[in-house]
Design a protein around this ligand. Structure first.
Ligand code: PHE
Length: 460
């Protein structure tokens, strides 16, 4: 494997490239847009008091997440390998040390942990797709929907069945290679998901809680803000944008040299944020009009959206389509969670794509039982942050992703020489590059550290 440190002759990827910039934008958007936007954002916003949380979330998305996404893409494209090898390679080139590979290793572990619960939640959406198709929500009120959700998560067998199916599909798609079919799927799925959400918005408004819902989401009440909710907002920003663990870096490795990293990142971050906010705007009016608790937790979307669906003509069809699309959005994210480790097994261990996907996916599937059991058999086993699920979620979103992102900013902003980074980010975009550099060197890493210190109470 001939390595070249000369930027004039960039390395080539070992598994081909995206066919166009659009293909790459769609892949990164497919990674970013997922359960994080529609399932997680509303319930975490609800648990953390709404407005002020949302404001901090937006600041983190644009001030920290966006520059880190650009950094990940540029590192990925420069290294042209899986995140572990890329960081080792660039570490050697830029700092004479391969220890930076650690960033890739932590990221990979983080991807395993995230996908282990992500797949279980994606299973919930598959289950709800079937419920919607059977017109189960007809005539149901909030209480009945609460029971329906409670009944699902109380049953480890059903959860296991859907989790197994979802992981199986993920392994199958990853084994076949990332590009095939994915571009087309994302191209249809994301606009369709937005269209259904907009239609649902109309019915959500008709419940009469619209003003209250908007008020909750957008009027910041800073008294409600605690160190841990600021940390939750930052963690949610990382999770929703898929940054901090190498997913975007792995995709960047397949980006053709001439494509603009800046335009791609801005487009993906804007779309991801718009979809999360839209989900919140649809869900909270339903919450308030039905006297539900905004801090309900992970079941929130499953207990609210069906109420709007029942009001809608053709709700059976729309509901089925909605949960199917949501599971699909989860699938494109799940694929990106597996891609770093699969690329690593293939490049570093000469494994075939299929075997690599099976090995990684099988391990993640097994880990998923911790989450499956967190909602029933082991629901009373609580330590640190709560159940196994609560702990895995907290550890990955609030600690591992921000820590990974922090190391990425240090590497891209401080360790890498500015010629290298300027060379990758469009050289003509002088001011944008300057802004990126300031955010990456100062704002983002300092903000991450301050939020951490604040959360553990060091800042008072
Ligand atoms: N961003 C995805 C979502 O919002 C989840 C994800 C996190 C994917 C981290 C990849 C890496 O659903």
């Amino acid at each position: 494997m001939a390595e070249s440190a000369d930027p004039a002759t960039p390395r080539a990827s070992l598994h081909g490239q995206w066919s166009s910039r659009l293909a790459f934008v769609l892949a990164v958007a497919g990674s970013a847009v997922g359960l994080g936007n529609i399932w997680k954002f509303p319930y975490v916003a609800g648990q953390n008091g709404g407005g002020a949380f949302v404001l901090i979330y937006l600041l983190c998305v644009f001030g920290i997440g966006l520059p880190i996404m650009m950094a990940e893409i540029l590192l990925g494209r420069r290294g042209r390998r899986n995140p572990i090898t890329t960081m080792a390679l660039l570490g050697r080139e830029e700092a004479g040390s391969q220890r930076w590979a650690l960033v890739g290793v932590i990221g990979m572990a983080c991807g395993f942990l995230i996908l282990s619960f992500y797949s279980v939640i994606a299973g919930w959406t598959l289950h709800y797709m079937v419920l919607a198709a059977q017109d189960t929500f007809a005539g149901a009120d909030a209480a009945a929907l609460g029971e329906l959700f409670g009944g699902l998560v109380a049953n480890p067998w059903i959860l296991t069945g859907w989790h197994t199916l979802f992981m199986g599909i993920t392994i199958f798609v990853v084994a076949r290679g990332v590009e095939k079919g994915l571009e087309r799927a994302v191209r249809i799925m994301v606009p369709a998901l937005i269209a259904i959400m907009l239609a649902l918005l109309g019915y959500s408004i008709s419940f009469g809680g619209f003003a209250e819902g908007l008020d909750f989401l957008f009027r910041p009440d800073f008294d409600a803000l605690t160190g841990s909710s600021v940390l939750a907002a930052m963690g949610q920003a990382f999770f929703s944008l898929s940054v901090g663990m190498g997913a975007v870096m792995a995709y960047g490795a397949y980006l053709p040299q001439e494509e603009s990293i800046i335009k791609t990142s801005v487009a993906v971050v804007s779309a991801d944020t718009a979809i999360a906010l839209l989900a919140g705007i649809v869900i909270f009016p339903i919450v308030f009009a039905n006297n539900l608790d905004p801090a309900e937790g992970p079941g929130l979307v499953f207990q609210t959206l069906p109420l709007a669906l029942t009001k809608m003509p053709g709700g059976v069809f729309v509901g089925t389509a909605f949960f199917l699309l949501l599971a699909f959005a989860g699938l494109t994210s799940a694929i990106s969670l597996m891609e770093p480790v699969v690329a690593w097994l293939m490049e570093g261990h000469a494994m075939r794509r299929g075997a690599a996907a099976l090995l990684a996916g099988g391990t993640i599937w097994a880990l998923g039982f911790l989450t499956v059991l967190s909602f029933n058999v082991l629901a009373d086993l609580r330590f640190l942050r709560g159940t196994f699920f609560d702990n895995i979620d907290y550890l990955t979103s609030n600690i591992m992703l921000p820590a990974g992102g922090f190391l990425i900013t240090i590497f891209a902003g401080w360790v890498m020489c500015s010629n290298s980074s300027a060379d990758e980010l469009d050289p003509e975009a002088g001011t944008v590059y300057g802004l990126w550099r300031v955010l990456t060197r100062y704002a983002a890493p300092v903000a991450v550290v301050l939020v951490f210190l604040n959360a553990i109470g060091v800042l008072g």
